[in-house]
Ligand binder design. Sequence first.
Ligand code: SAM
Ligand code: SF4
Ligand code: SF4
Ligand code: SF4
Length: 369
Amino acid sequence: VMGTTWGQLSEQLIAQAREKRIPLIGQFELTTRCNLQCKMCFVCQCANDKLSLRKERTAKEWIRLAEEARNAGMLYLLLTGGEVFLRKDFREIYEEISKMGLIIEIYTNATLITLEKAKWLSSIPPSKVEVTLYGSSSDTYSKVCGSPDAFNKTLMGIDALLDEGINVKLRTTIIKDNIKDFDDMEKIAASRGLQLGIVNYISPRRDKKNSSPIDERLMPKDLVKFEAHANGYINLDGTLKIKKQHNKNNTTIAVIEDIKSKVNNQCFRCEASISSFWVTWDGRMTCCSLMDEPSTSPLKGGFSNAWLELGAKCKSIPSCIECNKCDYREFCMTCPARLKNETGQYDKPAVYLCESAKARKQIIDLVVR
Ligand SMILES: C[S@@+](CC[C@H](N)C(=O)[O-])C[C@H]1O[C@@H](n2cnc3c(N)ncnc32)[C@H](O)[C@@H]1O
Ligand code: SF4
Ligand code: SF4
Ligand code: SF4
C-alpha cells in the first residue's frame, strides 16, 4: 500500500500476530559455545564444551524446525548464540534456511568473519547482521572477553561485512570494565556511518553457573547515569550538560514511552510467548532468551504443538502484584523473565530493577522538568 513504510507494515504484522497468537518472530540459539568468554555473558560455554557438543541439535533438525515454524507463520528469524560462526555446519544451516523466504538476522561478535565468509554471506545476504562491540581497545577486549586479539578481529569482521554491502548494526553491552570506552565506541560506529545500540540490562546467568554477570554489571545509579550520558543528558562524571531542546527526539524518553504504552494488566509487556518464541541450543522452546522455563519440545511433538503448549504454560506465570501497582513501573524494566532471574520468582520485585527505576525517574524529572 502506498504510504506504508516497512516499519509500519512490520508493526501491523506484529499487532495481528499478537491478536491471533501467531509465532511470527522466531529466535534460534544455535549454540551457547563461544570463542570468546565475556565475563558478563549469560549463556556462554567454552568453544569445545563436551556436553554442548553432545546435546546441540543437528543442522537437519534446525532446518526442519525453521520449515515447520515458517509453515506456522514465522516471518522473522534471528540466528544467535553463543557464536553461530563457531558451528562447523553454520553454512549448511544458513544456506537452507535462507531459501525459505524469511527475514533473517544474525547476532555475532564478528571475530570469526573473514573476507571469504563475508563474501559468501553477501551472496545470500541476511536482512541484518548485528555485531556487539565490547570495547575500543585490545586491552578492554582482554579484560571483558578474555582475548586481546578479538578487538582487531572484530573490526576486521565488521569492515569485511560492510565491504560486501551487508546491512550491519552495532551494539554494545556496557559493564564496569568497558564503560570508559563508550565514547570511543561511538566514534568507531560513527566513522563507519553506523549507529551504536545499547544493551542496558545485564541478566544473571540463565544456568546459574556463576554470579559473574551480577558482579560485573553497573550499579543501578551508574547504569542510569550511563543511560543519560548515552542520550546526551550528562557527562560520565555526572555533571549536567543538557539543553532542553535535546529532549524532543531523545531516546531515553522514547524508551520510557514505549514502556508506558505497553503497561497493562498482562504479565508480559513484550512479544514473548505471544507472537515470539526462543529455541535453546538443546532444542527446547521457551518464551525468550532469558528464560529457561517453562519449556516445550518442538523437536519431539512438532513445532505447532510446542507453540500451543508454551502458550498454555505461560498463561500460568503469575504477574507481580507489587509491580502492577508500582508508581515507578513506567521507568522500570520489570518483566517476568528478569524478576525470575533476579529473585527466583516471577512475581517478586527485584532490588536491582527497583533501584534502577527510582534513579531513572530522578534523572528524568531533573532533565524534563
Ligand atoms: C549472548 S550474545 C550472542 C551473540 C554474539 N556472540 C554477540 O556477542 O553478539 C547476544 C547479546 O547478548 C549480550 N549479553 C551478554 N551477556 C548478557 C547478559 N548477562 N545480559 C544481557 N545481555 C547480555 C551480548 O553482549 C550480545 O549483545
Ligand atoms: S561473544 Fe557473545 S556469546 Fe560469546 S561470550 Fe561474549 S556475549 Fe557471550
Ligand atoms: S526479557 Fe522480559 S521483556 Fe525481554 S523478551 Fe524476555 S520476557 Fe520479554
Ligand atoms: S521491579 Fe520494583 S520498581 Fe520495578 S515495577 Fe516492580 S516494584 Fe516497581
